[in-house]
Design a protein around this ligand. Structure first.
Ligand code: PMP
Length: 353
C-alpha cells in the first residue's frame, strides 16, 4: 500500500474481471464474448478508417453512431448517449444520477461492477435479494426510499429475464428517481425496455456492442432515454473526456448497428446453440437456469464447481467460476460458444462426470 493512498483508494474493493489469459489459446467460455466475428461491414469500415484520418480527433458527439442507433430504435438522436463500453456509461450514470445521498437499489446477485461504482462514488447500496429461484421479485421494488434503481435484464450471472410489464411496475413504483435497466444481454431472447423510453422520463436503458454485436474489442456502449436524462450524461462525460470513443471504434460501431440482419443472424445462432447445449448439460446431471442470454448458469449436485472449473482449464477450456461466494459458489457461468466449442465442452464434461 502506498503512503500516498487516500482512504478511498485503500478501501476500494476493485472489480475482478474474468480471466483474459495471454499464455495459450483456450476455448474461451468465461467472459461472454461472441464466438463469431463482427459484421463484415463493421470490419471493413474499421479497415478503411485505419487508412484514413487517424491524425485527427474523433467526432466528440459520435454523431454517426447516434444517428444509426436512433434510427434503429425509432428515437431522436438526442435520446442516445455513447460511451467507452457500457461500463463507462454505467459509471457516468452512477455518478450523475445515483450519488444524491439516498441508497441505490439493486439485486444481491447481479453484475458486480455496480458495487464498485457505488463505493467509488460514495453511494450506499440497498441490496435486494433474489428469490430462492434466482428471480427478481418486483414486489420488492415497490416501497423504496432510494436515489435510484438498477435492474439488470436479463440478469447476470443468472441469465434470467424479466417481462416488460414487470419492468413497468418498477418504473411506476419509482417515478421520481432514475430506473436504469442494464440490457447487456437483451438481444439473446428478452424484450427491450427501449420501446418504453418515450413513456417513462425516468427510464435509462443501457446496452453494449460487446456481446450480441461481437465487438467487445472496441469498447462501445450506449444509453437510451428521455432527452433530459441523456443531456445529463453528456454533461458528466464532457467533464471527464470529450472523446469517449475513437475514430476506429466509431466507424466500426456505426456500421455494426446499421447491419441489423447480421445481428439477427448471429444472435439466433447463439440461441439455437444454447438450447441444445442446455439439454446436453441437463443430461449430464447439471441444473441449468433458464437463460435469455449468451451464457448458462449451471450447478452439479454431485461435483464441486471449483474442481470442474480447474479440470476444464487444464484441458484448455475456460469457464467462469466465482470463487467461494454465498449462493453462487457452487455455480459456473458458461458462455455459449460455437457448436464446435460447445461439443468440446460437453465431451470434456462427460469424461469428468
Ligand atoms: N452490464 C453487464 C450486466 C455485463 O455483464 C457487462 C459485461 N461484463 C457489462 C454491463 C459491461 O459491458 P461492456 O463494458 O463491455 O459494454
Amino acid at each position: 500500500m502506498s503512503r500516498f493512498w487516500t482512504d478511498k483508494i485503500a478501501n476500494l474493493d476493485p472489480y475482478v474481471p474474468g480471466e483474459q489469459p495471454q499464455d495459450k489459446k483456450y476455448i474461451k467460455l468465461n467472459t461472454n464474448e461472441s464466438p463469431y466475428a463482427p459484421s463484415p461491414k463493421a470490419v471493413s469500415a474499421m479497415q478503411d478508417m485505419v487508412g484514413s484520418d487517424l491524425r485527427l480527433y474523433p467526432d466528440p458527439n459520435s454523431s454517426s453512431l447516434k444517428k444509426a442507433l436512433s434510427k434503429s430504435y425509432g428515437l431522436e438522436e438526442n435520446q442516445v448517449f455513447v460511451g467507452n463500453g457500457s461500463d463507462e456509461v454505467l459509471a457516468h450514470a452512477f455518478m450523475g444520477y445515483f450519488s444524491g445521498g439516498k441508497p441505490l437499489a439493486f439485486a444481491d446477485i447481479t453484475y458486480s461492477f455496480y458495487k464498485v461504482y457505488a463505493q467509488l462514488y460514495s453511494i450506499t447500496p440497498k441490496i435486494i435479494p433474489l428469490t430462492e429461484s434466482f428471480d427478481i421479485d418486483v414486489q420488492d421494488y415497490q416501497d423504496l426510499d432510494v436515489s435510484g434503481v438498477v435492474v439488470t435484464n436479463p440478469n447476470a450471472p443468472t441469465g434470467k429475464a424479466l417481462s416488460l410489464d414487470k419492468i413497468e411496475s418498477v418504473l411506476h413504483a419509482n417515478p421520481d428517481v432514475v430506473v436504469l435497466v442494464d440490457e447487456a444481454y437483451v438481444d439473446f431472447g428478452a424484450g427491450s425496455a427501449a420501446s418504453l423510453v418515450n413513456q417513462y422520463p425516468n427510464l435509462l436503458v443501457v446496452q453494449t456492442l460487446s456481446k450480441s454485436r461481437a465487438l467487445a474489442g472496441i469498447r462501445v456502449g450506449y444509453a437510451l432515454g428521455h432527452k433530459d436524462l441523456i443531456e445529463g450524461l453528456e454533461r458528466i462525460k464532457n467533464s471527464f473526456n470529450s472523446y469517449p470513443i475513437d475514430r476506429i471504434a466509431l466507424a466500426g460501431a456505426t456500421a455494426a448497428v446499421e447491419d441489423a440482419e447480421y445481428l439477427r443472424e448471429i444472435s439466433e445462432k447463439t440461441i439455437v446453440t444454447r438450447q441444445w447445449a442446455a439439454i446436453e448439460l441437463k443430461a449430464l446431471g447439471f441444473q441449468v437456469l433458464d437463460s435469455s442470454t449468451n451464457f448458462v448458469f449451471v450447478t452439479h449436485p454431485e461435483k464441486q464447481a471449483e474442481s470442474i472449473y480447474m479440470a476444464l482449464k487444464e484441458q484448455g477450456i475456460l469457464v467462469r467460476y466465482f470463487g467461494n461466494k454465498p449462493r453462487i459458489g457452487e455455480y459456473m457461468r458458461i458462455t455459449i460458444g460455437t457448436d464446435e466449442e460447445m461439443n468440446a465442452l460437453i465431451d470434456a464434461l462427460r469424461a469428468l462426470i
